[in-house]
Design a protein around this ligand. Structure first.
Ligand code: AHG
Ligand code: MN
Ligand code: MN
Length: 338
């Protein structure tokens, strides 16, 4: 059997590339991986325990909160709040930033989470995920601040996701390639299975909720019509694959090539920029896709260049194979023409 490289071994070997590394960051990734194992265990028996269904209340997004959303958020918090690695946490589920209790040391990193992505799929046994994004603090000392959480995506030191699917995988980048680890439940370890992942320059798959078609702007509709025609650059219609869990759609396109689109739409005047969150979904996945040779934009600007103004800010997300995203951007010009 060729050598088994666990996540722990891999990140320790990566740490040796940085002579000044103190091991704090290594510990942070290991703690996130531990939390992922706990969430994975619960996800994989969700049907057997009272972890399905709704909590009966809505989160700051105005969305019904699933029990597993809260469970995942609490597992991440409890795994990380006492470690001295973080000075502040922010999640899609928390209205405000989550301080590190004063009885614990205030660390040098900031962690942002979508604790459970694809909540609508929990009760129907379809793949779901957790997304994480790590920054260095910019505040000098003491408790972390909102400004620590509102840094541009280019400032990320690490981004990753866990997908709870047919297997549980953790995929992350620190800017030195994108690497995938598959959980081997028999030993309880994430094992390197996809080293240095690269997305094909262009694909044959598109992922979008076509139910929103009539709410899209003209250029967006024309792009989708182009993909579905036989005289596009493939000379045959693209394949539509849409799971409704961003992490699952993203992961498939990362492996096979293709484009995921959640454009702005006119469906809800309160959400003119679409549904996805800049801090917890767009930025981490944009950091990953760029390190895998792909591209992520709003259709008009690079996701990672956006200066966040609010911790729950939403953005249109067009992400995947570079040439596919660039072609969308050409069509999207018509959306903003006067
Ligand atoms: P979350 O469960 O964290 O709120 O994310 C759900 C998101 C994302 O996972 C997915 O791509 C999108 O919602 C699906 O939205 P629609 O159901 O509107 O297509
Ligand atoms: Mn999500
Ligand atoms: Mn979520």
């Amino acid at each position: 059997m060729d050598k088994l490289i666990t996540l722990d071994r891999f990140i320790l070997e990566q740490e040796r590339l940085f002579p000044h590394a103190t091991g704090t960051f290594t510990g942070l990734i290991q703690n996130i991986a531990f939390a992922a194992k706990v969430i994975s265990r619960e996800v994989n028996k969700a049907g057997l325990v009272d972890i399905l269904g709704y909590t009966g209340y809505k989160n700051v997004q105005g969305e019904e909160v699933q029990k597993l959303d809260v469970f995942a958020r609490n597992v991440l918090y409890n795994a990380l709040c006492h470690t001295g690695q973080l000075c502040v946490i922010a999640t899609e589920e928390d209205e405000n930033i989550v301080p590190i209790p004063e009885e614990y040391p205030q660390g040098k990193y900031v962690a942002l989470f979508d604790p459970l992505d694809g909540s609508s799929n929990i009760d129907v046994n379809v793949s779901i995920g957790t997304i994480f994004s790590i920054y260095r603090r910019i505040s000098k000392a003491g408790p972390g601040t909102v400004e620590d959480c509102l840094q541009k995506g280019t400032e990320q030191v690490c981004a990753g996701y866990i997908i709870y699917g047919s297997s549980t995988m953790l995929v992350y980048t620190t800017g030195a390639g994108v690497h995938g680890f598959t959980l081997d439940p028999s030993i309880g370890e994430f094992v390197l299975s996809h080293e240095n992942m690269k997305i094909p320059l262009r694909g044959k798959i598109y992922s979008a909720n076509e139910g929103n078609y009539k709410y899209w702007k003209k250029g967006t509709r024309k792009y989708i019509d182009y993909l579905k025609s036989s005289d596009n650059h493939l000379k045959k219609p693209f394949t539509l694959r849409y799971i409704g869990s961003l992490v699952a759609d993203f992961h498939r396109n990362l492996l096979k090539g293709g484009i995921f689109l959640y454009p702005e739409d006119t469906k809800d005047p309160k959400k003119p920029f679409g549904k996805l969150r800049l801090l917890y979904e767009a930025n981490p996945l944009a950091f990953i896709i760029e390190n895998a040779g792909g591209k992520a934009s709003t259709g008009y600007e690079r996701i990672l260049d956006i200066k966040p103004e609010d911790i729950h800010q939403r953005v249109p997300l067009i992400i995947g194979s570079r040439e596919d995203v660039e072609l969308y951007e050409e069509f999207a010009r018509e959306n903003v023409e006067k």
